[in-house]
Design a protein around this ligand. Sequence first.
Ligand code: HMG
Ligand code: MG
Length: 307
Amino acid sequence: MRLPEQVKVWEVGPRDGLQNEPSVLPTADKIAWIDSLTDAGLPFIEVSSFVNPAWIPQLADAAEVFAGIRKRPGVVYSALVPNERGLERALATGVNAIAVFMSASETHNKRNINKTIAQTYPVLREVTRTAKEQGVFVRGYVSTVFGCPYEGAIAVDQVSRVALRLLEDGVDEISLGDTIGVATPADTERVLEALLKHIPTNRLALHMHDTRGTALANILVGLTMGVTTFDSALGGLGGCPYAPGASGNVATDDLVYMLEGLGILSGIRSEALERPLAELRRVVGHSLRSHASAVQFSDGGMECGSV
Ligand code: HMG
Ligand code: MG
């Protein structure tokens, strides 16, 4: 296998993970957990989300969380931003990266951000332009790439159209979301083969949810095809409240274990994740989905039992 020597692991747990928790966690607990991620040496952390708090109450305290966390120089602290209002709130906290987001499927786009795909482009273009003027890195998520909870399979041409339009409108990187975790390695290869004809590997990321246990296999396909950025959430937290059936992201702890075994550098050591995993279990108050956490904790519990 030809594999990259080094990859970026983009931690989305504080955003994708906590947005899908059944309860709203205290701000101080979020801050303590994110600080433990910084201490563990994670280079990219998606801290929160400046969306409408009525839509995602779990992350209504995004500004307080940003103000409270310790920021290590050189670490990217990002936030999800849906529109100009969200960007204003994000810039006021001094973010150094943002992520705009939309879906390849019309129905999920409408359910998630209340706009058609055509109505979304100009909003995201404006957000991207303003952010870039401020020197802020912009990633663009494309959701439902491998399947939509409302429409089923999505044509790869449609994914390509949305991704290319976001790049044309200025985003630095596209993250391909398997929002409901339906992709198999064959799907991953097919979609990447199509997109890599137009987009260089260093501008593509994979954001795999692990609903059906295929996320690491899909990431391995991405690695063999030269992709070097992977999104993950510690403990396998995650899901989109506006995508029924979506469950956790691929777990950072499982991903790092695999990368270490493959001899691929990410700047993160498995042992360094033990403390943030313990902290996470404390703040969410339930056991975690990841395989590595089941090894770490003596209960071996993998899914949402009480601690
Ligand atoms: P809307 O209701 O159409 O917004 O929501 P609007 O522009 O009509 O404004 C309505 C009210 O909301 C106004 O207040 C605005 O000021 C306010 P009012 O005048 O009535 O008092 N408002 C805001 N307040 C604070 N911050 C803002 C903001 N925007 C408007 N940013 C909107 C449209 C996009 C805002 C809404 O649909 C929304 O917030 N959606 C977010 C849903 C979401 O966060 N989903 C999960 C994240 S996506 C995901 O998980 C997928 C991903 O992980 C990749 C993958 O897995 O595929 C990224
Ligand atoms: Mg997601």
